[in-house]
Design a protein. Structure first.
Length: 158
């Protein structure tokens, strides 16, 4: 699937301060895409890499995984502190006991599996959001749950 660069045209501006390094710029773009994944939907590492790669010309699924592994600490300064734990995850849709500002549980591998070392926590959060899972409940049903940034509704002019 080819994704146009316009799909991340609304990337959050970089945080104030010194210019970002190439690694931080890539991480900020990845985290911006992940924060926009709606509750009950999911994306793969590869799809995120393709979208960010269209814009920045670099990176791949492993780099996305590296960013996600550091999203709570190493790259926390790249995430705006707007009080929203992920794109639209509030109230009953919020994952149990998760104060993260990046909805990491919505990023899965190409088979729909969440990170193995957080499998139970991720699957619990996905179930709480109503994300379609496989019959055995161990993977995301990507045919029904995958989200593409172009699926975002444009702002309505009043």
């Amino acid at each position: 699937m080819s994704v146009s660069a316009s799909t991340i045209a609304s990337v959050t501006p970089p945080p104030p301060g010194p210019p970002l390094t190439d690694v931080e710029e890539y991480a900020a773009a990845v985290l911006d895409v992940v924060r926009r994944i709606p509750s009950g939907r999911a994306m793969t590492y590869g799809l995120i890499a393709e979208i960010v790669g269209e814009e920045l010309g670099r990176g791949g699924p492993r780099q996305v995984g590296s960013v996600m592994a550091g999203s709570g600490s190493k790259y926390a300064h790249l995430v705006p502190d707007d009080g929203e734990p992920g794109a639209g995850a509030e109230g009953a849709d919020a994952p149990p006991s998760d104060g993260d500002r990046v909805p990491w549980w919505r990023v899965v591998n190409a088979a729909g599996s969440p990170p193995q070392h957080f499998l139970t926590e991720a699957l619990d959060a996905l179930r709480a959001e109503g994300c379609p899972l496989s019959k055995d409940g161990r993977r995301v049903n990507l045919r029904r749950a995958v989200w593409f940034p172009e699926d975002e509704e444009p702002p309505h002019d009043a």
